[in-house]
Design a protein around this ligand. Structure first.
Ligand SMILES: NC(=O)c1ccc[n+]([C@@H]2O[C@H](COP(=O)([O-])OP(=O)(O)OC[C@H]3O[C@@H](n4cnc5c(N)ncnc54)[C@H](OP(=O)(O)O)[C@@H]3O)[C@@H](O)[C@H]2O)c1
Length: 242
């Protein structure tokens, strides 16, 4: 059986992905801060391991990977998914604390998770594995008033490309999924704000379709890698020019 660690598994895309991988027979390590939600999800399944941890804390992430390896022997894949979207505004309007929180979760958290996964994948026999980072359409183009989110997600693109390059000698593949408007709490909050401002609601896609796209990436053979995959609500105004 293959093993995957999923961060941000307590809700949204992470949760839908964890549920799909469990259904498909993978052993899944579930990371998020809300441990009770992870316990609830695991429901006593032998193939699910709740690993409550904060991705911003490297020692907690080391312990989470060590616990997975102690249970299942190796780490085949990671879905580096945990992320936050802080209140919108222009650079002079946002709270600098939101900048620091975004950097801590969206970049340092992804760095920590990739670091512990890379070390494990490099050391294990047979060597290798796959790291899938959750970017965003904002990893390439901004949404208005999203300087914290967009800057960190552009950073994720750099993380993915460098991991893909540095992972080659060790059989470690790295790729990125860039999702646009999968219905989760994060996007619902954005839509509520647009509604309050009298703006049209954004087109949405089902979170289960994002999960299926992650599964596709994870199921690639070691010799193939989806470096970037964009999956978005069909009618989003992302492509095109005014
Ligand atoms: N929904 C979309 O359309 C969309 C589009 C592009 C990109 N994304 C990306 O998808 C990822 C998941 O977003 P979502 O839409 O599923 O939002 P969500 O439902 O709010 O999920 C965010 C997840 O991240 C976890 N998390 C946050 N801070 C954490 C921390 N410090 N340590 C550990 N876990 C933490 C949360 O768990 P706890 O609170 O329990 O810790 C939660 O499980 C994010 O990286 C987001 O940028 C989403």
């Amino acid at each position: 059986m293959k093993t995957i660690l999923i961060t941000g598994a307590s809700s949204g895309i992470g949760r839908a992905t964890a549920e799909l991988f469990l259904e498909q027979g993978w052993c899944v390590g579930l990371v998020a801060r809300r441990g009770e939600m992870l316990e609830d999800m695991a429901g006593g399944l032998e193939t699910a391991s709740p690993l409550p941890a904060d991705v911003t804390d490297l020692a907690q992430m080391e312990a989470a990977v060590a616990a997975m390896v102690a249970t299942w022997g190796r780490l085949d894949a990671v879905f580096n998914n945990a992320g936050i979207f802080t209140p919108q505004g222009t650079i002079d309007e946002i709270d600098p604390e939101d900048w620091h929180r975004s950097l801590a979760v969206n970049l340092t958290g992804m760095f920590n998770t990739a670091r512990v996964a890379f070390a494990q994948m490099r050391a294990q026999e047979p060597q290798g594995g796959r790291i899938i980072n959750n970017g965003s359409l904002s990893a390439h183009n901004p949404r208005e008033g999203s300087i914290c989110y967009t800057t960190t997600k552009h950073g994720v693109t750099g993380l993915t490309k460098t991991l893909a390059l540095d992972g080659r000698p060790f059989g470690i593949a790295a790729g990125q999924i860039d999702i646009g408007n999968a219905r989760t709490e994060l996007v619902d909050k954005l839509n509520a704000r647009m509604e309050a401002e009298g703006k049209p609601l954004m087109p949405m896609m089902d979170v289960a379709d994002a999960a299926r796209s992650v599964l596709h990436m994870a199921n690639m053979p070691a010799s193939a890698n989806v470096l970037f995959q964009t999956v978005m609500a069909t009618n989003m105004p992302y492509v095109g020019r005014g």
